[in-house]
Design a protein. Structure first.
Ligand SMILES: *[C@@H]1O[C@H](CO)[C@@H](O)[C@H](O)[C@H]1NC(C)=O
Ligand SMILES: *[C@@H]1O[C@H](CO)[C@@H](O)[C@H](O)[C@H]1NC(C)=O
Ligand SMILES: *[C@@H]1O[C@H](CO)[C@@H](O)[C@H](O)[C@H]1NC(C)=O
Ligand SMILES: *[C@@H]1O[C@H](CO)[C@@H](O)[C@H](O)[C@H]1NC(C)=O
Ligand SMILES: *[C@@H]1O[C@H](CO)[C@@H](O)[C@H](O)[C@H]1NC(C)=O
Ligand SMILES: *[C@@H]1O[C@H](CO)[C@@H](O)[C@H](O)[C@H]1NC(C)=O
Ligand SMILES: *[C@@H]1O[C@H](CO)[C@@H](O)[C@H](O)[C@H]1NC(C)=O
Ligand SMILES: *[C@@H]1O[C@H](CO)[C@@H](O)[C@H](O)[C@H]1NC(C)=O
Length: 320
């Protein structure tokens, strides 16, 4: 009898849980609020054109509220940089704007929040070269990013997309056959950098995913998507013909705007630059040694818009 009651209770719980389907309804979302670094900064971007939030807002017909800032890390208390980090600047700016009414109603059920962070936390000057606060590791930066979900949830937000880190070891800056460039001109072992970046991005992504899987069931009434930028960029790298459409030979290893410096030269010194012009640019995965090209931004935007509109689950997993 007890066993029967128990199994009925378990069944009832399972039914309740499955009643709220994972992911938002196709027509539900009207507003897109974006957080992150230069990959997401609509004003000071480094891709030579338009970044993904602008394209995604067009593709999905969303009103855009962009908070991502160039140079940002998750938190300056972990990885200090003189830029507008998510926790010390972007979130406070958003909360201030929400509080003074300048954002309008921004209904929680019609608004989705995105975060794409980590490139600067892990990169030159921080985890890669030891510039982080004492004792900080990729575990801390990953948990920081996941805490962005909880922080916004506590403020009433209910829809989230967490974009994981791209395979940074394939950027011209961190690849094994890298060259002195505007981000780093000092002597280094490029093989070791590439190996270490692969460890950092892969491990950081795995930690974030596991943490998000633990967090998701505790977020009553929320939707939380894990957007796999890592796999998307790896696929562009492997099958560029499916994504890149410029008029130059397809190029996933170089940059549309590459600048080669002398070893040990100042990063503000003179460099030998090669620039792909016009429609040639859409043949490149990377715009410069660290940033995606405009065509890559378009690909990301379409994938995000399709995920929110529920046209495709190719690169997203709805955890809740
Ligand atoms: C969101 O909630 C408000 C009321 O809380 C409701 O009026 C509106 O229809 C909802 N929007 C969607 C897309 O369900
Ligand atoms: C785009 O969104 C606006 C505001 O939510 C809505 O009024 C309009 O009908 C939408 N347009 C299309 C083509 O869906
Ligand atoms: C509201 O706050 C935001 C963010 O701090 C600020 O940029 C904006 O000027 C403020 N608007 C008003 C009307 O106070
Ligand atoms: C760079 O690091 C790799 C891997 O540790 C090593 O095999 C190689 O000898 C190093 N190259 C130089 C020039 O030190
Ligand atoms: C890719 O672009 C870089 C930078 O312009 C160039 O050096 C390299 O030769 C190109 N690679 C291919 C395969 O076209
Ligand atoms: C670059 O700087 C390093 C460290 O200061 C030094 O060992 C190396 O000889 C320099 N190389 C060149 C080409 O200037
Ligand atoms: C792109 O345009 C610039 C400026 O006109 C020119 O110097 C450069 O050679 C062009 N690049 C290519 C690959 O033709
Ligand atoms: C490549 O495709 C995008 C749409 O994804 C389009 O906007 C762009 O103009 C295309 N580029 C070229 C050179 O045809």
């Amino acid at each position: 009898m007890l066993r029967q009651l128990l199994s009925i209770a378990v069944l009832a719980k399972a039914t309740v849980l499955s009643a709220a389907a994972a992911g938002p309804d196709p027509e539900q979302i009207k507003n897109l609020v974006t957080f992150g670094d230069s990959y997401t900064d609509v004003n000071h971007h480094s891709d030579g054109g338009i970044v993904w939030p602008v394209f995604a807002a067009q593709d999905g017909n969303f009103s855009l509220f962009p908070y991502g800032k160039s140079g940002a890390t998750c938190s300056n208390s972990l990885t200090p940089r003189p830029y507008l980090s998510v926790f010390e600047s972007q979130l406070p700016t958003y909360f201030a704007a929400k509080a003074n009414g300048s954002l309008g109603a921004l209904l929680p059920n019609e608004t989705i929040y995105t975060l794409w962070i980590g490139t600067n936390d892990l990169g030159v000057g921080q985890l890669l070269t030891g510039g982080q606060a004492s004792g900080v590791t990729v575990v801390d930066t990953s948990i920081c990013a996941v805490n962005w979900v909880q922080t916004l949830y506590n403020s009433g937000a209910r829809n989230f997309i967490f974009q994981n880190m791209v395979p940074l070891e394939t950027t011209p800056l961190y690849s094994a056959d890298s060259y002195p460039n505007k981000y780093w001109t000092a002597q280094r072992n490029t093989t070791e950098w590439s190996v270490f970046m692969k460890e950092l991005t892969t491990a950081g992504n795995a930690i974030a995913r596991l943490q998000l899987q633990l967090l998701a069931p505790t977020l009553d009434g929320a939707h939380l998507g894990f957007f796999d930028s890592h796999s998307l960029f790896a696929d562009i790298y492997k099958n560029p013909q499916l994504y890149l459409n410029g008029t130059a030979p397809l190029n996933v290893t170089g940059a549309a705007h590459s600048c080669v410096y002398e070893l040990n030269e100042s990063t503000s010194g003179k460099a030998v630059c090669t620039t792909a012009n016009g429609t040639d640019q859409d043949s490149f995965l990377w715009y410069d040694e660290l940033h995606p090209s405009v065509q890559t931004e378009r690909v990301v935007a379409q994938a995000i818009a399709d995920a929110i509109r529920r046209k495709s689950e190719n690169w997203i997993t709805w955890l809740q």
